[in-house]
Design a protein around this ligand. Sequence first.
Ligand SMILES: Cc1ncc(COP(=O)(O)O)c(C=O)c1O
Length: 392
Amino acid sequence: MSKKSSGLKLITKFERARKLFPHTKNRIYFNSASYGPFSKPLADAVNRNLQLRLNAVRDDSHDSFADLEFLRKGYASLLGVKKNEIGIGLNTTFGLNIAAFGLPFKKGDEILLSDTEFPALAYTWKAAAEKRGLKIKRIKSVNRCFDINNFKKAITKKSRVLALSYVQFFDGYKNDLEEISKICRNHDLFFVVDGIQGMGVEPLNLKKINVDIFSSGCQKWMLSPQGCGFFYLPEKIQKLIEPPFMSWLGTDWKTEFTDLFKYDKPYFDSAQKFEMGYYAVLNILAMKESFLIIKDLGIKNIQKHNYRLIDILADYIKSSNHYKITSRMDKKHRSSIFTFTSEKLPELHRYILKNGITLVRREGSIRVSIHLFNNENDIRKIIKVLKRFARS
Ligand SMILES: Cc1ncc(COP(=O)(O)O)c(C=O)c1O
């Protein structure tokens, strides 16, 4: 197939995927970095379960175990890792807590964090530092981006871990995990990654990159409800972690719940051991539908699609005297978050919202998050709105 016709086929596939998202008929949504919109298949799956329960048709409590296995396997395939290294959590913070409270540290050990982190990492490690007698050291960013040289300079004999976002929440700066992981390895540091702003839009192969714990909520680019997430714990790390919490479903009942007076069952020999109690079944059903859409399109294609649309918007911003790009556009550090600023930021933000476009203002910029359901018309529309605002 020629390059041109395979490109057209892909655009058709994305247009078909767009139709799965009812909001696209009425609104332009550029806010997946906050939370993703729901698709029709997601709503249908959740509704089917609601009906089942509303009518109490049968005991459906076992159904979700197959879906959980499907998701562990599915998320593992997105990251190029093994199914037994994936656990289902509740959000990003869930996996970060396993790291902060479960990794083997001693009093006085240093935790390295960026000074431009989302609060999820900052507060989890703050609590762990207070409880475990650890010291937090913030690495000075340069132009508000994580800086490798400053990271290297910050490492001392007491440094034990670097915890870092894959993609920065406010400007979309993507960290080079491969390069950073090598430095961590050379200095014997654990490498903990908050993956939420890249998961679903930035291809990642953790088989090739030494990440010790990766945690992601699924409420943003993974297009699932709030309260959904998963974590990756490689086999070697599973053995090192002192679990900060345990649950009866961390042992294998083989979905046989008729004989529960068994208190000496071994815990799972997998990341599943770190999951906690019964699952939010409605969320699991939702996660499955969203996973299927993302898997079908492929993360590499989604990335390409998103960058193509961002480039159209970026070209306009570059050509305008009224706006200035504030996110990185180079291949290594760009992502599906694009930001720009204006001298009249709050007014501009209100104007965009009033014109039927959903997006947010973050840390001095307008943040545009582009995802698989967006298309060129969405971009043309925001450019029109920006032109009108500039003239006003
Ligand atoms: C980088 C980053 N980490 C974490 C979160 C959210 O954490 P959680 O999924 O635990 O609510 C966000 C946004 O809400 C984020 O941008």
